[in-house]
Design a protein around this ligand. Structure first.
Ligand SMILES: NC(=O)CC[C@H](N)C(=O)O
Length: 350
């Protein structure tokens, strides 16, 4: 007898073992990362999704708070082939349903074949296929979560004092490592809520406007897009992941939902200028389609999607991947040096 069920949009119901009880729904996504489960589970960009780990054993080096990227777990549920008690107990304490003993190879194949899909989960003593299906039926599309920023952003500004360039970091669900990558380089970082206004930013007289990563559809981050529209040509601008997508939209570009996204720690990215390929950490389900007034400087080797957008004219630098790593390789940390150099130079004239 199973005590957990996953109802998929394909119509299939997959049996599983409950590791943390409860019912949940969300977009079913998978990461191919083989380490970094603490970082991924606390990455705010995973808000409202159900995260499947394709690596078959999750939890083999424990759970340590210093590796967390935020204060809580963001996926609405977690699926694994085999999960250790450490991770199961952590998710249980966080109230996040978790299941294992799932053939995650099948699940990943379903997502790759069918594209992004919703899932309903029912786990625990009272679990039933009917409850899983009811969860699936009531699951909204990611793009319909129009105010998802409110669930992941700071409510009030936070200031991390530093002697270097002043950064206005718009928190659309920022990973802790982005703040740390900036403060480690002496930046003076003001973290502002996702719906900050141009007046809020102007009051700080920053050297750079930085749009963070975040969950869901970039079209729903209208306030951040308005900031980019307002400050283009006045301030250097940087963006990571959702930040790249928001900046592109503000500069006349477009974004679209991908078939099943990029989530993992070995996504190869080619830089057109240097001809070098670097390994990158990624977690996104939307992508820039048309770059608008920006130039595509880096692309994904697997599918040619834009990974880096720049504008020399306006002083803009954005990346679709996560240069701060955590989890993943450190090949791309110099992005933060480039951004702060741009900020310190204030090369842009209005
Ligand atoms: N990591 C992110 O910022 C994710 C960006 C966006 N929510 C996407 O899924 O594409």
């Amino acid at each position: 007898m199973s005590d957990a069920y996953l109802a998929l949009e394909t119509g299939d119901v997959v049996e599983a073992r409950a590791r943390a009880p409860g019912a949940a729904r969300g977009e079913l996504v998978f990461t191919t990362a083989y380490t970094g489960y603490e970082e991924s589970l606390t990455d705010p960009s995973y808000e409202a999704q159900v995260l499947t780990f394709s690596y078959p054993l999750i939890g083999n080096y424990g759970v340590r708070e210093e590796r967390f990227e935020s204060e809580r777990v963001h996926p609405y549920a977690v699926v694994a082939r085999e999960m250790t008690d450490d991770v199961a107990e952590w998710l249980d304490a966080e109230g996040v349903p978790a299941v294992d003993h799932v053939d995650t190879r099948d699940l990943v194949t379903d997502i790759r074949d069918g594209g992004a899909m919703k899932v309903g989960i029912s786990a625990g003593d009272e679990a039933s296929p009917e409850e899983a299906k009811a969860q699936l039926d009531s699951c909204p599309h990611m793009s319909d979560l129009t105010d998802i920023g409110a669930d992941v952003s700071v409510e009030e500004p936070i200031h991390y004092e530093g002697s270097g360039a002043r950064v206005a970091l718009i928190d659309c669900g920022a990973k802790g490592s982005i703040v740390e990558s900036l403060t480690a380089r002496n930046a003076d970082v003001h973290v502002l809520p996702y719906d900050a206004t141009a007046d809020d930013v102007e009051a700080l007289d920053p050297d750079v406007l930085f749009i963070s990563n975040g969950p869901g559809d970039p079209a729903n981050f209208e306030a951040a897009q308005a900031l980019v529209e307002h400050f283009t040509g006045e301030l250097p601008i940087a963006g990571i992941c959702l930040g790249q997508q928001v900046v592109a939209r503000a500069l006349g570009g477009t974004t679209e939902k991908m078939d099943f996204g990029h989530r993992g720690v070995n996504q190869p990215v080619l830089d057109h200028d240097t001809g070098r390929v670097v390994m990158t950490t990624q977690n996104h389900g939307y992508t820039v389609d048309e770059p608008g007034d920006l130039t595509v400087t880096q692309v994904n080797v697997n599918d040619d999607t834009p990974e880096g957008l720049d504008s020399a004219e306006y002083g803009i630098l954005t990346r679709q991947y996560h240069p701060e790593a955590n989890p993943g390789p450190h090949d791309t940390l110099d992005f933060f040096d480039e951004v702060l150099e741009l900020a310190e130079g204030r090369t842009v004239t209005a």
